[in-house]
Design a protein around this ligand. Structure first.
Ligand code: NDP
Ligand code: ZN
Length: 355
């Protein structure tokens, strides 16, 4: 089969590979649409997860099942499915401890385009099909379905990690597609005031749509100075980090009230350490919590988040700004995600031709 792969750090291209084999609990799927992710950019050009050779890219999309193993109960060939970016081994001890995303080791639930070939190929393999796939809701567009792989579950996980409560003032740092879903999630969780950090006009417009009340540009001075000014020196209750770099945590801690929580879903592609400012961290006693996490994955989460879309409570259609038709557009869509032009939020490729 053909696939679009990371050949080595900084280089991508089309390759030929064996079609994956289907184990008793697995499924083999054919992608119907794929979305490109900023994580692909970190992985390929920053080598953020290490060197990978001839690894097929792609961890966001939706698909049709072509084969299932003998023990798979709920899926059959021909079913259209949502595919989560994170596909844990649900019988692992880590999953039993509540950390499915780390099943088999830290971040090991993230398999596609990390530890195994991803979705950008004629066929791809899904472990534990009953636990990881979800039926695509009737009538959902392929591009909306693709947003349920990673953007919705990751953006919402940032909100879960920050533990947003009714009436909170929430700072969302980064309003690319992930941060936009954090804005939407914070609103659904009952935030009273959402301050968003980001500059691209298309993202600012979308953030307003999803519920951001005020905006900060990280280019106009420090984030914390602006936040403290806007909050009469008090700071915010919660911070979701979905953009920036290792230096962002200093701003997050400085912007936070004592007792506040920071939830990070940003993939830190470079830098060795993050800085926690001693004084603003209450000289070690400020009850300011910081937690970073990979989203959990799994069928139940996909079904529940999908229900938010089908019920009309979450409109993900604003995320797809660039829609392509045909396999040949995958390299172009990836390049777009790397270049981040001003009018881009998310590129999606509908795979409606032969590879
Ligand atoms: P984007 O690059 O589209 O968005 C990044 C946002 O951060 C933009 O709003 C950008 O502003 C803002 N930003 C850039 N620099 C700074 C800075 N110095 N300080 C504050 N804000 C800044 O990314 P995505 O939304 O696609 O993804 C966000 C992150 O989440 C990525 O690192 C991605 O790899 C990661 N990710 C993590 C996953 C997980 O499971 N944990 C899954 C998927 C993605 P501007 O408007 O100016 O561009
Ligand atoms: Zn992704």
């Amino acid at each position: 089969m053909k696939g679009f792969a990371m050949l080595r750090i900084g280089e991508v291209g089309w390759i030929e590979k064996e079609r994956p084999a289907c184990g008793p609990m697995d499924a083999i799927c054919r992608p119907l649409a794929i979305a490109i992710c900023t994580s692909d950019v970190h992985t390929v050009w920053e080598g953020a997860v290490g060197d990978r050779h001839n690894m097929i890219l792609g961890h966001e999309g939706c698909a049709e099942v072509v084969e299932v193993g003998s023990m798979v109960k709920d899926f059959k060939p021909g079913d259209k499915v949502l595919v989560p970016a994170i596909t844990p081994d649900w019988n692992s001890l880590e999953a039993q401890a509540g950390y499915s995303m780390h099943s088999g080791g830290m971040l090991a639930g993230w398999k596609f385009s990390n530890f195994k070939d991803g979705l950008d190929a004629e066929f791809f393999h899904v472990n534990d099909a009953d636990g990881n796939l979800a039926h695509m809701p009737e009538g959902m567009t392929l591009e909306d379905a693709s947003m349920l792989s990673d953007m919705v579950p990751t953006g919402f996980h940032g909100v879960e990690l920050a533990d947003v409560q009714f009436g909170d003032t929430v700072l969302v740092i980064g309003i690319g597609p992930v941060g936009l879903m954090s804005v939407a999630g914070a609103r659904l969780r009952g935030a009273a005031r959402i301050i968003a950090v980001g500059t691209r006009p298309k993202c600012v417009e979308a953030a307003k749509f999803y519920g951001a009340d005020e905006f900060i540009s990280y280019k106009n001075g420090t984030i914390e100075d602006q936040v403290l000014k806007m909050t009469d020196g008090k700071g915010v209750d919660r911070v979701v980090v979905a953009g920036g770099g290792v230096q962002t945590f200093e701003s997050a801690v400085k912007s936070l009230k004592p007792g506040g929580k920071i939830g990070n879903v940003n993939y830190l592609g470079s830098g060795d350490y993050i800085n926690i400012p001693r004084v603003e961290w209450g000289v070690g006693m400020g009850h300011k919590q910081l937690i970073g996490g990979l989203m959990p994955g799994g069928r139940l989460r996909m079904e529940k988040l999908g229900a938010l879309v089908t019920s009309g409570k979450l409109d993900v259609s604003k995320l797809t700004t660039h829609l392509f038709h045909g396999w040949e557009h995958i390299p172009e869509a990836l390049q777009l995600m790397k270049d981040k032009p001003a009018d881009l939020i998310k590129p999606v490729v509908i795979l409606d031709n032969k590879i």
